[in-house]
Design a protein around this ligand. Sequence first.
Ligand code: 0XW
Ligand code: MG
Length: 368
Amino acid sequence: MNITELHVYGVDLHIANGPYVMSGSSLEGVDSTIVELVTDTGLRAYGETCPVGPTYQPEHALGARAALAEMVPHLIGTDPLNAGTLHRTMNSHLNGHNYAKAAIDVAHWDLLGKTLGVRVCDLFGGALREEVPAYYAIGLGAPDDVACEALEQSRQGYGRLQIKVGGRPIEFDIETIHKVWEAVGRTVRLVADANRAWTSRDALHFSKACSDIPIVLEQPCNTMAEIARIRRLLEHPVYLDESTENLDDVLCAVGSGLCDGFGFKIGRLGGLSALRTARDICRSTSLPHTCDDGFGGDIVAAACVHAGATVEAHLNEGVWIAEPYLASHYDPEGGIAVSHGKIPVPQGPGLGVNPSPDHLGTPIASYG
Ligand code: 0XW
Ligand code: MG
């Protein structure tokens, strides 16, 4: 099989109940990039990359498109069923830019599934469940408002809530988490995600002030070195998110005992192939983790759900998808959605989503 054409689409994802506020950003919408891979067998496959704004990671929408422009001409004529060939070809023409490579990698898994008539989760070792647990992220806000939303989302069926903190006086974060705890107690698992914003001093202060609340601290500080400095003084488990920019970082964090789990992102790691390796490292070392991406529509969501379906229950921290914050689907019939805190695993071959041409519009670039 050969790649004959590759089309790139840009899709504006408006955040319906925005803004979506994290410590470093406030977003009303995001710009997603979809790749459509066309083969000489007539099969088409899809991948998507969608940085959640330009400051969350060293990633941005136009960067993804520029990176694809560097790599894609060299992919025309190659075998899309061979992940090794695809990655070697991409790496030989562009250093880094995992998030752009991730879109091609995801399209590879979609195509392989469609070719064999099986789902991506089957290619990943088989689904352990047909509904994966979802978690919900509550943006930065006033303590009472956040507590109110936490209660509402727990009633919607979410078993895990991620509360955004950071980028403001630490007293607000401490008050927020106490109010959330009063509102929801042990009915849900809680995570405080500072998205790199706390100083080590703030993280220590927060952890002491909330020592009676069972909560995970996700990416409290900017770098692994800052986290290493205070790790043994914290009263809470620490998960890494933004710091793990590739598999080397994951290995380094595991090897040095820097964390108790991870928030993984498909784009940041470089695709489903890398996420599968990260999942297996975590299985060997008993480290819980999520299967997420920064943002994205049905294609990203399906990729996260297939991966999440294969994570063993005791290590499965759930899947975050952007669907609750979005007004429409690429696939009007088979769109991926949260229902009562769970996401059904798509049944069709490959990713199991078929974007409608209406939603994709006209390609912004075509190759082949
Ligand atoms: C909740 N997320 C998975 C989605 C956001 O875009 C960022 C994020 C995180 O955990 O940082
Ligand atoms: Mg995070």
